[in-house]
Design a protein around this ligand. Structure first.
Ligand code: FE2
Length: 379
């Protein structure tokens, strides 16, 4: 359930957002992975996620195994197939590990499905109910970019651990949290010339509005380029930037993603913390790898962003980037891809007033990404 305290400011920025699809937050993000048991261990030990729920043979589910983990308001599901063939295997064979479901928490899943499908969304799941002794949940779902889907989850009549079909998962091994609070935004990469189509989808089908737009003049280095628009729902709790590749001298990082993922998909999930220095120190200690930021970035960064509360030394040591907009500043940094294929990664972000996404860091950041691409020979 991704919420923040910035809804009012965003409502001012997004006056045209319609309210036919009220969203309470992100309910969960589900990844299809090759080995959910081992992935769950990684998200526990390296990322500080806490065990929440489990579904599999022991709960009567025979075609898949799912582990649910949480950290404050963030919930992820890791799901692996237990049978030959079928949609989960096909998804993994085509894309590698990756995000299948971005589930949205709603008050009325049936109405959410009706409003979106009547505006042109392709149905993924018609409204249906599941219940157990803890109450009932209503689900429905629609397709978005690539093979990614949104599932609407109505859980107001449910008070179990997670969802029907899951049992509480309570292992002895429980590394501590690293201080991650909620999903700030989730970014989709789409193919050449598809950004506007998908922004229109979020506007028309889901009632989102555009927050900010960048073009390839903003986000380009000598070699790589992309275009990006940020779509937000009315209360600002759900923010989906959409990227497409742009022509550069060499291959765009978005194109690299599309090649390895075999199509459009979730590029990064930005997780918010209220103490980025402590969170990143802990993640680094546990083996999470971040993009290298050139030391020279820090030589003139304060000239660009002005005064900040933090000392520069730990930011420089950890490679944390700084940017400022009219409303304040933000601190952010990006992991290397967390999967074998150079596809999905995470962003860690701490907002100190700023509502933007780090535009001023893009050039410094992309130069860092290009060094990684160069190492992989895919630039
Ligand atoms: Fe981001």
């Amino acid at each position: 359930m991704s919420t923040d305290n910035t809804s009012l400011q965003l409502e001012k920025i997004v006056p045209q957002a319609e309210d036919f699809l009220p969203l309470l937050g992100t309910d969960y993000v589900e990844l299809y992975v090759g080995n959910a048991k081992q992935a769950a261990h990684y998200y526990q030990s390296a990322w500080g996620f806490q065990p929440l729920a489990y579904a599999g043979l022991e709960t009567g589910v025979t075609d898949r195994t799912s582990y649910v983990l949480e950290q404050d308001k963030i919930r992820i599901i890791l799901t692996s197939p237990m049978e030959d063939g079928g949609p989960i295997n096909e998804h993994i064979a085509k894309h590698g590990d990756g995000v299948k479901v971005v589930a949205l928490w709603v008050d009325d899943a049936k109405k959410s499905w009706e409003e979106t499908t009547s505006r042109g969304a392709k149905s993924f799941m018609e409204p249906n109910e599941e219940s157990d002794s803890n109450g009932k949940v209503v689900y429905s779902g629609i397709h978005t970019y690539g093979e990614t889907v949104h599932i609407f989850v109505e859980r107001k009549d449910y008070n179990g651990t997670f969802l029907p079909g899951f049992k509480a998962w309570n292992p002895k091994y429980k590394p501590t949290s690293v201080g991650l609070k909620f999903i700030d935004h989730m970014v989709g990469n789409v193919g050449w010339n598809e950004m506007n189509k998908w922004c229109e989808f979020y506007a028309k089908v889901m009632g989102f509005a555009q927050l900010i737009s960048f073009d390839d003049n903003d986000i380009s280095t000598d070699y790589t380029a992309l275009m990006s628009k940020v779509m937000s729902n009315g209360n600002g709790r759900i923010k989906f930037p959409i990227n497409e590749p742009a022509e550069g001298k060499k291959k765009s990082q978005i194109e690299e993603y599309i090649d390895f993922y075999n199509g459009a998909g979730v590029q990064h999930i930005a997780l918010a913390t209220d103490n980025i220095i402590e969170t990143v120190k802990e993640l680094t200690k546990r083996g999470v790898e971040f993009l290298y930021v050139p030391e020279t970035y820090y030589d003139d960064v304060l000239d660009r962003v002005g005064e900040i509360d933090e000392d520069l030394a730990p930011l420089k040591e950890l490679g944390i980037l700084i940017d400022r907009d009219d409303e304040g500043y933000l601190l952010q940094l990006f992991t290397k891809p967390v999967l074998d294929r150079p596809t999905m990664f995470f962003e860690i972000i701490q907002r100190k007033g700023a509502q933007s996404f780090g535009k001023g860091n893009f050039k410094a950041l992309f130069e860092a990404i290009e060094r990684e691409q160069e190492n992989r020979g895919t630039l």
